[in-house]
Design a protein around this ligand. Structure first.
Ligand SMILES: [Zn+2]
Length: 290
C-alpha cells in the first residue's frame, strides 16, 4: 500500500508527494522507440500491455509560502477517461491535502509543469451550476505563456490532451502568472523551461540550505525514463526531450540534486549516481530513515 504522500527536506523547505491517484497507460506509448523486450524488464505490464502510473503532485512548504506543483486529473475527471485508463482516486489530491490538515485556501501558488489534463485537472472545480472556478481560491497559478496559449487554442494534434473550457476561468480571474522562460517564482523557487514533451513544458528547482530539489515534470516521468532513449510517444519534440534530459540529468548527478518524477508510484524522489556512462537511480531516504 502506497501512502498518499511521502516527503523530503531541502534545507528549511519541506517537499511532500501528494498522490492524486493512479492510472494505467499503454507501455509501448510510455517508452516510445524502446522495444517491449527491453522496457518490460524494468516495468511489468498488465494483460492489456498497460503499466501502472502515479498522478504525482508535490507540495512545497517554505517558512512563508505553500506551493503545489501540478494538480493531477482532479475530481471532475471525465468518466470515459476513468474507465479507459482505470483511474483510481482514493483519496485524491484534496483528500491527501486534508490528511495534512490543509484545505484549498492554504495553497498560495500553483505551478503547472504543463497543461495536459493529467497535470492540471485539479486547477479548477465545477460548481453545481456547471461553471468552472479556481479550486484554490487564494492561489496564484503559474505557467509558461506559450503553454497557456497552446492549451487555450490547441492545434488538432493536441486536442485530446487539453481541456480549454476548464482552464479559461483562470485567465479571467486575474490569478494567472504567465512566464516567458526561466523565472524566479519566489526566493529559492525557480521555474525552468524544459521543452520536449510540449514546446513550453517547465520543471521547478528548489534550492535551500545547500541542497537542490528538481521536479522534472513529464521530461522524465518515471525512474524507468532516466536512460536517454526512454522517451514517451506523447512527446511532441522528442529530440528536444533527449537533449534537455541529457544536460539536466548530467548536472543533477554531478550536483547531487533530489529529483522528483511526475508519474512514478514507488519512487517519487531520488538522486542519481554516475557509474561510467550510466546514471543509476538511488531512492531518497524519507525523514523516518534519516
Ligand atoms: Zn503526464
Amino acid at each position: 500500500m502506497i501512502p498518499p504522500y511521502d516527503r523530503v527536506a531541502i534545507g528549511d523547505i519541506e517537499v511532500i508527494r501528494l498522490l492524486d491517484g493512479t492510472f494505467r497507460v499503454d507501455g509501448g506509448a510510455m517508452f516510445g522507440v524502446v522495444p517491449r523486450t527491453l522496457w518490460a524488464r524494468r516495468v511489468v505490464p498488465d494483460r492489456e500491455n498497460r503499466i501502472l502510473l502515479a498522478l504525482n503532485c508535490f507540495l512545497i512548504r517554505t517558512p512563508e509560502t505553500t506551493f503545489l506543483l501540478d494538480t493531477g486529473v482532479g475530481p471532475d475527471v471525465d468518466r470515459r477517461f476513468v474507465d479507459f485508463y482505470s483511474v483510481e482516486r482514493d483519496p485524491g489530491l484534496f483528500g491527501a491535502l486534508a490528511e495534512l490538515r490543509l484545505g484549498p485556501e492554504d495553497i498560495d501558488i500553483v505551478v503547472n509543469s504543463h497543461l495536459h489534463f493529467d497535470h492540471c485537472g485539479g486547477n479548477t472545480l465545477r460548481t453545481a451550476e456547471g461553471r468552472w472556478v479556481p479550486a484554490f481560491p487564494k492561489a496564484r497559478y503559474v505557467v509558461q505563456r506559450g503553454e497557456w496559449e497552446q492549451a487555450l487554442h490547441p492545434v488538432e494534434r493536441d486536442k485530446p490532451s487539453y481541456l480549454p473550457a476548464r482552464l479559461k476561468p483562470l485567465g479571467e480571474s486575474k490569478t494567472l502568472s504567465l512566464l516567458d522562460g526561466d523565472a524566479l517564482v519566489a526566493p529559492g523557487i525557480e521555474a525552468v523551461l524544459i521543452p520536449g514533451h510540449t514546446a513550453f513544458h517547465q520543471g521547478v528547482k528548489v534550492v535551500s540550505g545547500g541542497r537542490t530539489f528538481f521536479y522534472l515534470g513529464d521530461s522524465v516521468p518515471t525512474v524507468a525514463h532516466i536512460d536517454l532513449p526512454y522517451i514517451m510517444s506523447y512527446d511532441l519534440y522528442p529530440v528536444d526531450t533527449f537533449n534537455n534530459k541529457k544536460a539536466l540529468l548530467a548536472r543533477a548527478a554531478e550536483e547531487g540534486w533530489i529529483l522528483a518524477f511526475s508519474h512514478d508510484l514507488g519512487h517519487p524522489f531520488g538522486t542519481l549516481q554516475r557509474s561510467g556512462k550510466r546514471l543509476d537511480f538511488v531512492p531518497a531516504a524519507g525523514p523516518e530513515n534519516d
